[in-house]
Write a protein that binds this ligand. Structure first.
Ligand code: M6R
Length: 612
């Protein structure tokens, strides 16, 4: 949550800050602010506004310019979204400015200490405490003051600091929140996400936990908090500008849904060995001991949150059916605080698109503490979870910017299928079966494309149901988690109440909700439990429910028992979620658009949830 950016150089930084903040707006969008230092007579301006970055932009006078600046977009944790609580925060002496992503857990005790020394506070934030703690420790060296203050802090942070008494530098520091330094020509930058600086430079240095950087316009010095110089490698950002732009689509979410034929392919690229009927996952095989532990695991936990948790459930079905390993899927937030049984042959897989989700990260740390081997499935390369785990597999789905996860989900399912296949081929699965699944995997991009070509029909159905107050999503087997995912998509972006259930479970309660106003979406593809799903559809129709079925091409029976049918192509059972979810993503998207809502930035949400 929260995005930060900073600039130091010779050019005017206002445009850089605003554009950079817009690129990280997905991280939080309830208020935003900038501090701009012009250098003339040590003058600086601090502008903070509730609402989107557009609001902030409108409030920056055209005459304002400066060649040092820091900016922040907020997802509120401590204190409601208002101008006072927005960042940058300023110290009591009005000389030190701070932008912060993360949470200072011991801020109350630090506040009491500062109050005893006469400090007062204008906001409800933990960040204001930190900026004053830095002032409290300031003698004549801002770097030193930041280090001493951070040594007292418990919690997480990615911070950027500017001090009026040392206006030739910015200080950045990181613990648990992503932060990188951009290397320019006569100018340098910091940001939470490479997207913020990509227009200015592709050269970056990723900061590690416990590091601090002293940034001037011509140099960057990296150190530990205990003052040891750290030698860092400059890396080149692998994403293109087109990856982080809407490229003609009205929303990132729509772009990302339509990118799926390509992203599905990218997840599989170079990993399918048809002639061996098996996949090759470099992120696992390059760690032989970890890989061996996975192949010999007697128990697997999969920990995740939200959409990633839904893909984890699909992973459970896959791994148990094909790899024959008992699997338990846990909400990361539950796993971390209960006492799961971890034996020497337990492997814990963490799934996280962002690789930054606080609960998932904490679950991984807990698993490691108990001696488990940990494996990450992440999209963001170099993210905290990808580094914290012993080995892993990247999704390679490209940046996902819409808050509602879409392409990451399909890539997660593919990745889990590849891991399953790998383990299964080391066990009982025959070459023939492995070969067949790989063949099916290769067909998926084209099949996904054919569903997207049918999007107009889905838009028409969405139009009919845009005013519904409740939705029920039902599926069985591999498509039960897809029902959960369809309901989550609708809830997050359209604010319509929706629930997902295993179809047969409906009669144990939810059936009471069904009447002529209740749209029920069935995933009713031709698989081994198709007949059972048909029975469930009939039960809904018998109670005047409105049925929308996601069904297989060539299924004519379904037309007679459904009010609306969306036909999709067939694939093998474990891969079916990759196709069945696409109409549900589109349905949620079109309904939200019909309701005039901000699809990419739904209320109260943020793309990466770095708080508990
Ligand atoms: O980055 P992660 O995959 O760890 O995120 C987990 C959830 O916060 C995320 O999937 C969330 O539920 C999305 N908004 C779903 O669309």
């Amino acid at each position: 949550m929260c995005g930060i950016v900073g600039y130091i150089g010779n050019s005017d930084c206002v445009r850089f800050l605003i554009d950079g903040l817009k690129r990280v707006e997905y991280r939080g969008y309830d208020s935003a602010g900038v501090m701009i230092y012009s250098g003339k007579d040590r003058s600086n301006v601090l502008i903070k506004k509730t609402g989107r970055i557009l609001e902030l932009e409108k409030n920056i006078d055209k005459n304002i310019s400066g060649n040092i600046g820091i900016g922040h977009t907020r997802w509120a944790t401590h204190g409601e979204p208002n101008d006072e609580n927005s960042h940058p925060h300023v110290s009591n002496n009005e000389k030190i400015f701070l932008v912060h992503n993360g949470i200072i857990e011991n801020y109350m005790s630090l506040k009491k200490k500062l109050e005893k020394h006469g400090y007062s506070f204008y906001s409800e934030t933990d960040t204001e405490i930190l900026v004053n703690l830095i002032q409290y420790n300031y003698k004549d060296d801002i770097e030193e003051a930041v280090k001493i203050a951070l040594a007292e802090v418990k919690g997480t942070y990615g911070i950027g600091v500017f001090c009026l008494d040392e206006p030739d530098k910015l200080i950045a520091a990181k613990l648990g929140s992503p932060l990188l330094i951009g290397i320019g020509n006569g100018e340098n930058y910091f940001a939470s996400d490479p997207a913020s600086i990509l227009k200015s430079t592709a050269e970056v240095v990723y900061m590690e936990d416990g590091e601090i950087a002293v940034i001037t316009k011509n140099s960057v010095v990296h150190k530990t908090l205990t003052d040891e110089i750290v030698k860092k490698t400059v890396e080149t950002i692998s994403i293109e500008l087109s990856d982080i732009e809407k490229s003609g689509y009205s929303h990132f979410m729509l772009k990302e849904i339509f990118e799926q034929p390509r992203t599905i392919n990218d997840t599989m690229r170079g990993r399918l060995m048809l002639e061996e009927g098996a996949p090759k996952l470099g992120g696992l095989t390059q760690h032989p001991e970890i890989y061996k532990s996975l192949l010999n695991a007697e128990k697997i936990f999969i920990v995740a949150c939200g959409t990633s948790w839904h893909s984890a459930l699909i992973g459970e079905y896959m791994l148990e059916e094909y790899a024959r390993i008992p699997v338990e899927v846990e909400y990361a937030s539950e796993f971390r605080y209960r006492d799961p049984i971890i034996t020497p042959k337990t492997v814990v897989i963490a799934i996280s698109q962002s690789g930054e989700t606080a609960d998932t990260l904490a679950a991984i740390k807990e698993a490691k503490r108990k001696g488990a081997v940990t494996i990450g499935i992440c999209n963001v390369v170099g993210s905290t979870i990808s580094k914290e785990t012993d080995a892993g597999v990247y999704l390679h789905a490209g940046p996902e910017i819409g808050v509602a996860s879409t392409k990451a989900f399909t890539s997660q399912v593919i990745t889990l299928a590849l891991i399953t296949l790998d383990i299964a081929r080391h066990k009982d699965m025959s070459f023939r079966q492995g070969y067949k699944i790989i063949k099916e995997l290769k067909l998926l991009p084209a099949l996904a494309e054919s569903i997207l070509e049918n999007s107009e029909k889905i838009r028409e159905i969405a139009h009919k149901f845009k005013n519904a107050s409740n939705f029920l999503y039902l599926g069985r087997g591999y498509n039960f988690p897809v029902a959960l995912e369809g309901a989550l998509k609708l809830k997050e972006i359209s604010y319509i109440h929706a629930e997902g259930y295993p179809a047969a479970e409906m009669k144990h309660g939810p059936i009471a909700l069904i009447d002529e106003n209740m749209p029920v979406i069935f995933i009713a593809i031709k698989d081994s439990i198709y007949d059972k799903v048909v029975t469930n559809i009939k039960e809904v129709k018998a109670r005047n429910g409105v049925v929308i079925s996601i069904a297989s091409y060539g299924d004519d029976e379904i037309e007679s028992i459904s009010d609306y049918v969306i036909k999709i192509p067939e694939t093998t059972n474990l891969l079916s979620p990759v196709l069945t979810v696409i109409p549900l993503q589109l349905m949620a998207y079109y309904i939200a658009v019909e309701r005039g809502l901000n699809v990419d930035m739904p209320r109260n949400l943020a793309k990466s949830v770095t708080v508990e």
